[in-house]
Ligand binder design. Structure first.
Ligand code: FAD
Length: 379
């Protein structure tokens, strides 16, 4: 692991965030090593479900220094996202150290000590770009251990084929839940969506600009866009859904929840191919009881209940950088740890990939200044 010695920065993770940080740092003359526990870049995009396409358009999804190719469609499929990320790493000559899991980051004098399953390495800068994928959130309900059907988290879903002829409940109406329900309904599978709370839905083509325009105040953006959204989405109350009182921008900023970007799920709800039910009260051996006390049988339940990153195990002794439940206090900015940064770890109003690019550039600038200041203070 010679690539690890004498570097300015250690970047943990070779997904979009880690690659963006490596490219942005290299542009400012910093030497960075990327540590990745898998055996290739972008492993999370390699294992997403088959039908996944970007729901942000290619023009707003490219990483710093290399836009997505014009030959790609507006919403590239998963395989092209992987191809783009492979080409991105090759273009910027980023050669991650693969099969290397970081299990602890700690302050060690003027450096950060990074313990991996291979060896311990140190650098003045460390960037945590580990994403959310390792933290699927699986809420538990009374009786959920007694359920005898197939129970998975959305991150384990690949395609509809194991569910043909089955009654499937998808729990949660975020982007994964909406798209998985659509995938099942397209395959004529008996599909029900459990939707507990109020939702905010945007037609996919309205994401980004100007709908969530970052430069304007949050409430003004939501106020301006409300009639456009109502016109484009129509009445969702008639479909058994409740519209969230907060506008999309406020919902992302305050709750970290990205609105549902509709790519056809609403049409399937309208034509009855996807049935909408309320929240779940409890599980039974052969299904669930909904909060209105209706019992219904299901053969499979897919929890599209999101992710909750918790970095306490990775940074057990670093004070003042994480919330009580282990999320970074800030991402893409200076932290209370000198030279320690997080990239891409908070939901963004204008698309996570775009935000990752902005954060990476900012982190590279901060890191460059930090390294220069340390060098000048040493004389
Ligand atoms: C289904 C889905 C669809 C999405 N679609 C879009 C979209 O259309 N547009 C958009 O802008 N955003 C989208 N996102 C959000 C976001 O852009 C992606 O999740 C993106 O992959 C995040 O990049 P990342 O580098 O932060 O995390 P990841 O891609 O998860 O990469 C993190 C990397 O860190 C590695 N790692 C983790 N822990 C360790 C460790 N301890 N040691 C070593 N390596 C480690 C992992 O193996 C992984 O390679 C989507 C997310 C999901 C889940």
């Amino acid at each position: 692991m010679d690539a690890m010695s004498d570097v300015d920065a250690i970047i943990v993770g070779a997904g979009p965030a880690g690659l963006s940080c490596a490219a942005s740092m290299s542009a400012l003359g910093l030497r960075a090593t990327v540590l990745e526990k898998a055996n290739a870049v972008a492993p999370v995009w390699r294992r997403h479900y088959d039908r996944l396409h970007l729901h942000t358009d290619r023009g707003h999804s490219g990483l710093p220094g290399m836009p997505m190719p014009r030959a790609y469609p507006t919403y590239p499929p998963r395989a092209q996202v992987v191809e783009y990320l492979e080409n991105y790493a090759a273009h910027f000559r980023i050669q991650p150290v693969f099969n290397t899991t970081v299990f602890k980051i700690a302050r060690d004098g003027p450096q950060w000590r990074v313990d991996t399953d291979k060896e311990t390495v140190s650098a003045p800068i460390v960037v945590v770009a580990t994403g959310w994928a390792d933290f699927p959130y699986r809420p538990s309900w009374p009786g959920s251990k007694t359920f005898q059907g197939n129970l998975i988290h959305s991150s384990e879903y690949r395609n509809s084929s194991p569910y043909v002829g089955k009654r499937v409940l998808v729990v949660g109406f975020g982007n994964s839940g909406g798209e998985i329900a659509l995938d099942l309904a397209n395959a004529d599978i008996d599909t029900t969506l459990a939707v507990r709370g109020a939702v905010q839905i945007l037609p996919r083509d309205l994401l980004g600009f100007p709908i969530l325009q970052k430069s304007l105040p949050t409430d003004l953006v939501d106020f301006i866009n409300a009639p456009v959204i109502r016109l484009a989405v129509g009445s969702i109350e008639r479909l058994g859904l409740k519209r969230h009182a907060k506008g999309p921008r406020r919902m992302i900023e305050e709750d970290g929840r990205v609105p549902l970007l509709d790519i056809g799920t609403l049409a399937k709800i309208r034509d009855g191919s996807i049935k909408v039910r309320g929240g779940i009260d409890r599980f039974t051996p052969d299904g669930v009881v909904f909060s209105n006390k209706d019992a219904q049988g299901f053969d499979a339940i897919i929890l599209a209940t999101g992710f909750r990153p918790d970095l306490r195990d990775l940074l057990p002794d670093v004070k003042g950088v994480l919330t009580q439940d282990g999320k970074p206090l800030v991402t893409g900015q200076a932290t209370n740890g000198p030279g320690l940064y997080f990239c891409g770890l908070i939901a963004s109003p204008t698309g996570q990939l775009r935000e990752i690019g902005l954060e990476a550039r900012r982190i590279a600038g901060l890191a460059r200044r930090y390294v220069d200041q340390e060098a000048s203070s040493l004389g």
